[in-house]
Design a protein around this ligand. Sequence first.
Ligand SMILES: Cc1ncc(COP(=O)(O)O)c(C=O)c1O
Length: 359
Amino acid sequence: MNEVIASPAFFIGRGAEAGNLISFGSGQPDLPPPPAAYNVLASYRGFKYGRVQGEETLRQAIAKEYPNATPEQIVVTNGASEAIDLVLRAISVPGGKVALPRPYYYSYPHNVELAGMTPVYYDLVDGKIDFDAFEKVVRGCRAVMINSPSNPTGTVQEVATLKKVEKLCGDLGIYILSDEVYKDLIYVRENYLLTGKRVVTINSFSKTYAMCGFRLGYFHTFDEKLVEDVVEMKSHTSMNTSIGSQAMGLAAMKERDTYVPAHLPIWEERRDLMYKGMCELDLDLWKPEGAFYVFPKFRDATRAMHDLYYNYDVITYDGTWFGAPKRLRFSYALDVAKIEEGLKRVGKFLENEYKTYPA
Ligand SMILES: Cc1ncc(COP(=O)(O)O)c(C=O)c1O
């Protein structure tokens, strides 16, 4: 009897090392980080506690990427994950609601609930925000989460819509948590940075610099009271973010202008291969505009994920985890040969087991 796969925790950190396995699972870049990040290691000697808010030098470098920002408005965190968690806890109010996109990144509902608030959802239409529906859900919320480019849909929101979101939330005094961890992986336009007094921009070194395991992220906000509250909370939870990771992150940032543009065409090639391959398999999906996921329809995603894993050695993520039980998420953060092999296996699954699934 095969073990039931109940959550992403089953797959996180597994995959590449296991012989015949093709992992379309975890959303972590397979490409190496900038060489400067490694070069720090040989001479690295920092093992003491660091500043809870983050090392000054790193915050100075990050602040330069945000117009009118100062290092005091930035908090360096253990990945974007900790930034989301701490910010939600810091702004939590009794009975507070937080509007989330659906499909959503699988942690969001848990983060909101762990912060003592209640998730409510604005449903994306073909991966895009329907502003009228959004407006109805958002009124009365404490905060709203925006995630463009999106995990799991791979879609990028229209700039005009994002401006309307900024204006509405600004007028209503609602916090916008803008999760922009895929901001450097957009195939259709430049990133649009949401701004405003109550905007919290959440970011990460995990995707931009392929440093997931080093757990380095941060947020920026002009709301300095929120920064204070988060720093106070962080000094009683994780304390400082790993200072070794911060030293590597700072070194990586110095290579940003060569590293990021050199990698985008690699992602684009994979995106094209994956999208074309899935279309040839007659799967119904959106063409990704950013990030590195495709999210095709499957009649029973939970069953398909189990069949693909146990019968074809292919890891995929159940759409149910993202609020979309009729879709499977495939990450294309793997090389072209593996994508081709993975697509072949998916083709075999479609010809065999999937044909027997009830319509
Ligand atoms: C949309 C989104 N937000 C946040 C995260 C967490 O990123 P980090 O590794 O920086 O904690 C991820 C990771 O996959 C993600 O896809």
